[in-house]
Design a protein around this ligand. Sequence first.
Ligand code: NI
Length: 138
Amino acid sequence: MSELTRFGVSIDSELVKKFDQLITKIGYKNRSEAIRDLIRERLVQEEWQEEKETVGIISLVYNHEVRELTDTLTDIQHRYYNLIISSTHIHLDKHNCLEVVVVRGKSGLLKKIAEQLISTRGVKHGKLAMTTTGKEIK
Ligand code: NI
């Protein structure tokens, strides 16, 4: 592990109060831990922009009875089969399905797949969460 650096930060008291309440709720033991995670998260976002290897989790909730919806979602996934690592389908109830698609590649492409899936007519809720290995992609 690299050595630790201490630095002082001036922040508006109200803002710190809210921040402390939030991190207590989340379960952080102290501010340093929470701030380190925030910095790491921001750095991860930067790396996506630098087109490092990115892994995305796309979640979709939809009603499988909507005409052609299931076919359309499958067609889109077959178009990008080389980027899809895994997909899981869960029948939530009589009508609703949850589909989780794990993708790996350049962040721009992953966003494109997610947008196509999420914008398909009949998808009630969709979300893309991304993380990175930090590895360069050629
Ligand atoms: Ni289902």
